[in-house]
Design a binder for this molecule. Structure first.
Ligand SMILES: [Zn+2]
Length: 437
């Protein structure tokens, strides 16, 4: 058969195109081999919650979410065994395919084989094959994808063309995320493009505030991501995380740059952002009372001037100076809150008790487990802002279910429920503005 050679240079060889990154297996998908996790419906999970408590249930909810979303992905079978990720192939099978492809691919064979197999799985095609057949399919797809040759196998032709289109989308339609998006792993970049389609208002909002993104940033090394001075930084390691973990981290940082900025005009003093003072308004009033009492005491002491009392008087004056300073700090901090930002802060003060046990913690892979995420939000107000934004964008149902579960659980204190109601109100109000931008 004569093959038409595309005049277009293969994407693989273009200088600006980053090499496809090896997709790591989605840890979520490996759970599905355990039948115990595939059967739990949300109703069963809610019932379970009453028996075993919050954190275990959130893990279960996380699993049932994933089960639903990935049920359609289990379409590729190799000698009847389901392949849901490249890593499901043992090293012998991987080597076999790589060897078969070495003659037809130009560069980066192992990485490209992994990318193509991920794409076959994501394509949702029903494919049952033997190892030699799979190797042939991968090789044919590679010819279309890398070299731009047409092949007879229509399935390979389609998948290969789709891969080329996806590469174009990543390099040309990265919008507010910029060209760097392509360097964060192919699956993650594609997931981000899907997010852009779902969240067009949010994208416009980010353009308006001129938010910038740096992928593989050294500033985020070891912490997943960070936000500062109008720039979201994400660490290179995230490129190898499953796309859910990547997206959660990305949206969390966007939450710092958007929702959090709408609540706060300025950076909070660390003591306030860690909740050291509790309710700021109450604390100002309390300090006021203490200073007044002290002043009255000093007047008394001055009246009966005795040498022995002079030392005491001096200490009291110093202490009073400290209290006045604290009060001034709190007054300044109070001015930093915008609109209903203080209501959100006061709700956080309630929800942060017991290391955030009433907060919603979701899995962020190696970045942090659900319990870790609860604690993280409890330790710093800004993290609660960012994480709440992430929940309402990425998994609003999980967030509402979480609050409903607390509401139905007779042992959760009433002020916790009230705090959640306030927090959800504030969150929703701002989210609607951002989403509809
Ligand atoms: Zn954060």
């Amino acid at each position: 058969m004569r093959r038409r050679r595309s005049r277009r240079q293969p994407l693989e060889q273009q200088a600006q195109r980053p090499q496809p990154t090896l997709q790591q297996p989605q840890s979520a998908l490996t759970l599905h081999s355990n039948p115990e996790h595939t059967s739990a419906s949300p109703q069963q999970v809610l019932k379970l919650q009453r028996i075993v408590g919050n954190q275990t249930v959130m893990r279960q909810l996380g699993r049932s979410e994933r089960t639903r979303s990935s049920a359609i992905q289990r379409r590729l079978t190799l000698d009847q065994a389901p392949i849901t990720a490249y890593s499901d192939l043992d090293s012998q099978a991987q080597d076999f395919i790589i060897k078969q492809c070495t003659s037809s691919f130009i560069v980066q064979v192992p990485e490209t084989v992994a990318t193509i197999i991920s794409e076959i799985i994501a394509s949702g095609e029903q494919i049952d094959c033997s190892l030699p057949e799979l190797a042939q399919l991968v090789s044919s797809i590679g010819q279309v994808y890398l070299i731009g040759e047409d092949v007879q196998d229509q399935r390979a032709q389609q998948i290969g063309l789709r891969m080329r289109q996806n590469d174009e989308r990543i390099s040309e339609q990265s919008g507010v995320f910029g060209k760097g998006l392509a360097s964060t792993g192919r699956g993650n970049a594609l997931a981000t493009l899907d997010l852009m389609e779902e969240q067009q208002g949010l994208m416009r909002y980010m353009e308006q505030i001129k938010l910038k993104f740096i992928f593989n940033s050294s500033k985020a090394k070891g912490i997943g991501g960070m936000y500062g001075d109008g720039v979201v930084h994400l660490e290179d390691k995230l490129g190898k995380e499953p796309k859910d973990v990547f997206l959660r981290t990305l949206i969390h940082e966007i939450g710092h740059a958007t929702f959090q900025q709408r609540l706060l005009k300025d950076k909070l003093d660390p003591q306030v952002s860690q909740g050291d003072f509790g309710d700021i308004q109450q604390e100002i009033t309390r300090l006021d009372q203490e200073i007044t009492n002290m002043t009255q005491g000093q007047v008394e002491d001055m009246r009966k001037v005795k040498l022995g009392r002079m030392q005491n008087l001096w200490q009291q004056t110093e202490r009073m100076g400290e209290l006045v300073e604290q009060q001034e700090l709190l007054q300044r901090e109070l001015q930093k809150f915008e609109g209903d930002g203080l209501a959100f802060y006061n709700a956080w003060l309630v929800l942060r008790q017991d290391e955030g046990r009433y907060m919603l913690g979701v899995d962020l892979g190696s970045v942090m487990n659900p319990t870790g995420r609860q604690k993280y939000q409890a330790e710093k107000f800004e993290e609660f802002c960012a994480e709440s934004f992430m929940h309402i964008v990425k998994e609003p149902q999980m967030l509402y279910q979480h609050v409903d579960m607390l509401r139905e659980n007779g042992e959760v204190p009433g002020n916790v429920i009230n705090a959640w109601d306030t927090a959800l109100d504030v969150l929703r109000n701002h989210y609607v503005v951002i989403r509809d931008s």
